[in-house]
Design a protein around this ligand. Structure first.
Ligand code: DX5
Ligand code: ZN
Length: 228
C-alpha cells in the first residue's frame, strides 16, 4: 500500500517568510514541501518562480513537490529543475500525449520525478491513463486552482476513488496526491477514498500550532488506514 505522506503547501504562509514555512514543515516531520507555481493564465493568481525555489533549496532538505499550474510548462521546466525541484507535476489540461512524453523524458533525464495533475472538472484523459505507470504522482485537485484556504469539494470523493483504484490495479506505486482544502476534519474521508499524499495549506499553516497540525493530519490519515 502506498505510504501516507504529508505535503504542506507554503502558499498558505507569509510569503515574506517562506524560509519559516519550510522550517515548520521540517519540524513537523513533513515528507515533502508543496510549491504552487501559478502564472496568472492557467489560474487566477501569480505565485513563485524558479528564483523562489532556488532560495528555498538553500535552506531546506525536504523533497520539493512542484505543482506547475502554468500554461507553458516546457518553457520553465529546466529552470525549476536547476533551481532544485524534485518532483515536477504538470497539468493534464495543458498537455497532450506527445507533449507529455517530451517533457517527461527531459525530467527523467535529470533524475527527477514526473507527476500529472487534474482540476476538479477534468477527467483523466485517455493519453494520461495510458501513461499512469510513468508517473510518480497524480494530483487530484479538490478545489479550483489559484488560492489556498478554499473548501474541499467532497463531491469529488467518488472520482478520487475511481482514480485510486485504477492506479492500485496498475501496481505502479504512483502516489495519489490530493490537493485543495485538506483539513483534519476531512483527511480520513480522503484517505478512505484512496488518497495517500495529503497536500495541506490552510490545514497546516492557518492553525495555531502548524508544527503539530502536521502530526494531527498524519495521525488521522493513519487511523483511516487502520479502519478507525
Ligand atoms: C491551489 C493549490 C493548493 C493550495 C492548497 O491552487 O494548488 O496547493 O495552495 O491550499 P489549501 O490546503 O489551503 O487548499
Ligand atoms: Zn498545489
Amino acid at each position: 500500500m502506498r505510504k501516507i505522506r504529508i505535503a504542506p503547501s507554503i502558499l498558505a504562509w507569509d510569503m515574506g517568510n517562506l524560509r519559516e514555512a519550510a522550517e515548520i514543515a521540517s519540524r513537523g516531520g513533513a515528507d515533502q514541501l508543496h510549491l504552487d507555481v501559478i502564472d496568472g493564465h492557467f489560474a487566477p493568481n501569480i505565485t513563485c518562480g524558479p528564483g523562489t525555489v532556488k532560495a528555498l533549496r538553500k535552506v531546506s532538505d525536504l523533497k520539493f513537490d512542484t505543482h506547475l499550474m502554468i500554461d507553458q510548462p516546457e518553457a520553465y521546466v529546466e529552470k525549476f529543475m536547476e533551481a532544485g525541484s524534485d518532483l515536477l507535476t504538470f497539468h493534464a489540461e495543458v498537455l497532450d500525449g506527445k507533449r507529455f512524453d517530451k517533457v517527461a523524458s527531459a525530467v527523467k533525464a535529470k533524475g527527477k520525478e514526473v507527476g500529472l495533475a487534474i482540476k476538479p472538472g477534468t477527467e483523466l484523459p485517455k493519453w494520461a491513463t495510458e501513461r499512469l505507470d510513468r508517473l510518480s504522482a497524480l494530483i487530484v485537485m479538490t478545489v479550483n486552482p489559484g488560492f489556498s484556504g478554499q473548501t474541499m469539494d467532497m463531491g469529488l470523493m467518488p472520482k478520487l476513488e475511481r482514480i485510486a483504484k485504477l492506479i492500485e490495479a496498475r501496481g505502479s506505486g504512483t502516489d495519489v496526491e490530493v490537493d485543495g482544502g485538506v483539513e483534519p476534519e476531512n483527511v480520513m474521508s480522503v484517505v478512505k477514498s484512496g488518497g495517500n499524499v495529503l497536500v495541506a495549506g490552510a490545514g497546516v499553516y492557518s492553525k495555531q500550532d502548524p508544527v503539530s497540525a502536521i502530526s494531527t493530519l498524519r495521525e488521522r490519515a493513519e487511523a483511516a488506514r487502520r479502519g478507525a
